[in-house]
Write a protein that binds this ligand. Structure first.
Ligand SMILES: [Zn+2]
Ligand SMILES: [Zn+2]
Length: 381
């Protein structure tokens, strides 16, 4: 944990400030374009902290272990291998589903560690930005459900943005943490989207790609996301489609896939992952090859565009996508109206919607009537 993250973090139980206790620190080489950060007092120049000065030494500090103690309630949260763990333990059935979700995705994200240096672009956020005509993100940005951290690292490379990735799973946190190790303006926090450990109105921009539909209560996660956005903050999310705007055949296919999911979501992660390794080349032949052929024939381009798994780069590149589709214990699907309603119920003002094998929805948090300034055209509302 980079020490200046502490100024943004709050107790997930009561939202009071946290105090760092018994830290062990390491010095980490950061990228040369590092920006200065406010002194944490953990460096060799602790006098700087009294004068609220920026500190070059503090940019290189990583708090590897320690405790974050709530200044108001009895909440105590550990920092483990550099990751602040701000998850509130619970015992409800929803918490049990959440724990299963963390286990299944954690397994997937921990498998991508060897690919740490391979960061594909454009990735999820950039696809949303282009579909929704969003400009580059600036200020403090929340990646709500950062998974293995590819978008997190891509966005954090911008000199104008500081990005905090929230991720529920151990595997996702660890892989994301190693990806952003050299970047001063990127952080990883382990937390639940339904109990974000940040104060109200903290972020300038928020994005969440393919996460809300895997949360047991998407409406609560959306409301939390809206809560931590500043007045005027831009929000972009992607959620699965329910195929209601497709031909009947697609809905049959979805029904078939859902009945298979009834079995596969109960498999141990390792066995399911191996099955996906076997299935990937078959899916590549069934969908990706037809896409590559159809997209060259003008008459068949619309059909090509509706095919799933178009993005495959090779026969074995679909393992992660298949695992995602067949492992997640919770999967909600949305119609166009449903996706818009999800954000509207969170009191966000929806500004644009794009259909990209699912719904990309752009919104803005608008506290007062006059605050929607240069948000551009309103294509919905
Ligand atoms: Zn310092
Ligand atoms: Zn507290």
């Amino acid at each position: 944990m980079k020490p200046h993250l502490l100024e943004y973090l709050r107790c997930p139980e009561c939202l009071a400030e946290l105090r760092l206790e018994a830290p062990t620190i390491e010095t980490v080489e950061r990228d040369s374009a590092s920006r200065p950060v406010s002194c944490s007092g953990l460096c060799s120049f602790p006098a700087l902290v009294q004068h609220e000065r920026d500190c070059a030494a503090c940019t290189q500090i990583e708090v590897m272990t320690g405790t974050l103690a709530c200044t108001a309630c009895s909440g105590q949260y550990s920092i483990d291998q550099g990751i602040p763990k701000l998850v509130v333990p619970g015992s409800s059935s929803e918490d049990a589903v959440t724990a299963r979700t963390a286990r299944s995705f954690g397994y997937l994200w921990s498998r991508v560690e060897p690919l740490v240096d391979v960061v594909p672009r454009p990735y999820h956020f950039e696809k949303m930005a282009s579909a929704l005509s969003l400009s580059a993100l600036r200020g403090l940005v929340l990646d709500a459900g950062c998974g293995d951290g590819i978008d997190l690292v891509n966005q954090a490379r911008s000199p104008d943005a500081e990005v905090i990735g929230v991720e529920l799973s151990d595997g996702g946190c660890q892989t994301s943490f190693s990806r952003v190790a050299r970047l001063v303006g990127a952080h990883v926090v382990q937390a639940n989207l339904c109990r974000l450990p940040f104060g109200d109105a903290t972020f300038n921009a928020i994005y969440s790609y393919g996460v809300l539909h895997h949360v047991p209560t998407p409406a609560r996660a959306a409301a939390e996301t809206a809560r931590v956005g500043k007045n005027g903050a831009r929000v972009a999310v992607y959620v699965y489609e329910d195929f209601s705007e497709r031909f009947t055949g697609w809905r049959w296919l979805l029904r078939g896939v859902n009945s298979i999911r009834g079995l596969t979501t109960k498999l141990p992660p390792r066995l399911l992952f191996r099955s996906c390794c076997v299935a990937s080349p078959a899916v590549y032949l069934l969908f990706t090859i037809p896409f590559l052929v159809f997209s060259r024939i003008p008459m068949l381009r619309t059909l090509a565009g509706s095919l799933p798994f178009r993005q495959a780069r090779g026969p074995f590149s679909l393992v992660g996508d298949l695992y995602d589709r067949f492992s997640a214990p919770v999967e909600y699907r949305y119609s166009r109206a449903g996706a818009i309603a999800l954000l509207r119920q969170a009191r966000l003002t929806v500004t644009s919607v794009a259909y990209e094998r699912g719904w990309m929805v752009g919104a803005v948090r608008k506290d007062t009537a006059g605050s929607l300034n240069e948000m551009g055209r309103m294509s919905v509302d």
